[in-house]
Design a protein around this ligand. Structure first.
Ligand code: FMN
Length: 205
């Protein structure tokens, strides 16, 4: 009887462990981990100091550039800044290019993320912003599947464009301009889901 009880407890433990994904979120009832990953992602604006391994970052970036994109032109360029010294240098460059802005407004626009991703689009190619947007989602969802939180950031873009020093640091090719940034890091908050308006979707019969 005792052995049976132990076996049952072990079975329950295995079942619970199997129903958890990388973030510790339970997988959706039908066991679809992709849907669970999409539905449990939130924009994260508070991060742990824990760095993200380069191996993890490389996997995330590989997922990013595997996004569908128009005629496979890959009309994007990505820069990743993942160490404190380089981030401090980047913030200084942004401050130099935006002397009118408060330092905390510039830094605050990156939401304290320990890893900054800056994505530039090819301004000569119409589909490029769309391609970059799809790549963003691949980056954020693959990150989340490995427990890494993210936030898409439009507000730092103006500061970057205004700063020749920051632009030089990023070294984008000719005709490429910063379009969007992403902050990445291990989450130090668990925000509630923001509501979505389901009436935006209509089936046409
Ligand atoms: C193009 C774009 C730009 C965004 N810019 C910012 C930003 O500058 N700062 C910020 O905190 N969040 C930014 N966000 C995140 C949105 O506020 C967030 O995705 C939205 O409120 C929905 O919340 P959720 O991501 O948790 O579902 C941006 C998102 C997108 C897609």
């Amino acid at each position: 009887m005792k052995i049976l009880k132990r076996f049952f407890t072990l079975l329950c433990l295995v079942a619970v462990l199997c129903s958890c994904n990388a973030q510790g979120n339970t997988v959706s009832e039908d066991g679809n981990a992709v849907i669970e990953n999409i539905m449990s992602r939130r924009s994260i604006r508070k991060y742990l100091a824990k760095p993200i391994d380069r191996e993890v970052l490389n996997t995330i970036m590989k997922c990013g550039i595997n996004a569908p994109n128009a005629i496979n032109r890959q009309a994007w360029e990505v820069r990743v800044i993942d160490n404190k010294e380089a981030i401090a240098k980047f913030y200084t460059a942004l401050q130099q290019g935006n002397p009118q802005a408060q330092a905390n407004a510039i830094e605050g626009s990156f939401r304290g993320a320990p890893v900054l991703v800056i994505i530039a689009n090819d301004t000569t190619f119409n589909y490029s912003p769309l391609d970059c947007g799809i790549m963003c989602e691949n980056i954020m969802l693959s990150a989340w599947s490995m427990g890494v939180g993210s936030v898409c950031l439009g507000s730092p873009v103006g500061y970057i464009k205004n700063s020749p020093q920051a632009m030089q640091m990023l070294g984008f090719s000719e005709n490429y301009e910063p379009l969007i940034c992403i902050g990445l890091g291990y989450p130090d908050e668990t925000p509630a889901a923001k509501p979505r308006d389901t009436s935006k979707v209509k089936f046409i019969d």
